[in-house]
Ligand binder design. Sequence first.
Ligand code: SF4
Length: 432
Amino acid sequence: MKKAASFALGCKVNQYESEAIAELFAEKGYEIVGIDEEADVYVINTCTVTNFGDKKSRQLIRKVKRQNENAIVAVVGCYAQTAPKELMEIAGVNLVIGTKDRAQIVEMVEQYDRANGVENHVSDIMKERVFEPLSIQKLANRTRAYLKIQDGCSQYCSYCIIPYARGPIRSREPQEVVAEVKRLAENGFKEVVLTGIHVASYGKDRRDTSLLDILKQVHEVEGIERIRFSSIEPNVVTEEFAQTMAALPKVCDHFHLSLQSGCDKTLKEMNRKYDTEKYRQAAATLRKYLPKVALTTDIIVGFPGETEEDFRESYAFAEEIGFAKIHVFPYSPKRGTPAAARKDQLLNAVKAERSHTLIQLSDKMAAEFLVDAVGTDAEVLYERAVGDGIYEGHTTNYMKVHGRSEVDLTNRICKTHITRAEGEMLFGDAEV
Ligand code: SF4
């Protein structure tokens, strides 16, 4: 039996797609093996969000070729889409496929003729208007499933290459989304995370649905008990949005509300489509309807031209909003983007220092958020055993819990009395 390995670098969307690609090979009779094992076919789903992502992709290509020099190596994903020629020059690459036509990948691999050298299947993604149907059927032994509902981005943030890698926004057919959620529920999943390149744009390219519509439909699927979004933006948070979230009991009270900077000048230069006032309103609206909501976010530090004062403003805004966690990214210039072409790049040492300062704030706020939960009862979805009678899971607002129980809690939702907080974790006793 032939062996295939499918591996994703980068984001949850890539991971979802790589699982779907593995299933396509499995359906055609391939044995699916890990990326570190010897295989006949390696499919590498590349990431290009930073230049470091490109480097990791190139390293992985060389590594798998060393594992089996006769293997067919197919390179797909964002880096392949934006720089196919660069990838074709790497010794060992056989097919370059990009971010579309992956549904035909098994056929492309099987029809591949080494005599023709490297094949380039990358086509113009900017003209793509239809969501490519790739789906996941099986996934075993897990509690949380990431579900891709959307592709593409039309925001053109000045530091980001992704709109060129993924093309314009395309929303998945609502019936397909619901059908996949039903399959996941049948396979025992209790939680789904609605994922995409820019989830907030779901439905904007269609007349028959919207983000709230699809959410309501997913909410009706029996067996699914929790729903999350991978990330949203302040512009989608209206009174109606927050009211709907509060009225749908399966929607978790945790939102990753993208910020990127708490300084209006920097937000403008980043070409983000909101300002701090809009963000403040969005956070307040969510908190009005979901008082225990956890807000997490991403912030970039050291964007070109960010002065010490701008950074202080961004820091103060983050402190004012109060996050359960901030993912801090030192700005990394991505070639091909307007921000990378700016002359006023900051020194790495300045970025590292600002990063450190903001991470300290994040840690302080995260600890306060956890301490507030001590002494309360939380609904925890347990994912796995981590010790004798100890199970790990997450609350609805995404705090990690180690719960004690004499019975197996895997894939069960249990009320848990939180007794203490330590590090990034809560501890408690589960009621069964
Ligand atoms: S919203 Fe901005 S950061 Fe996010 S994928 Fe689109 S362009 Fe990139």
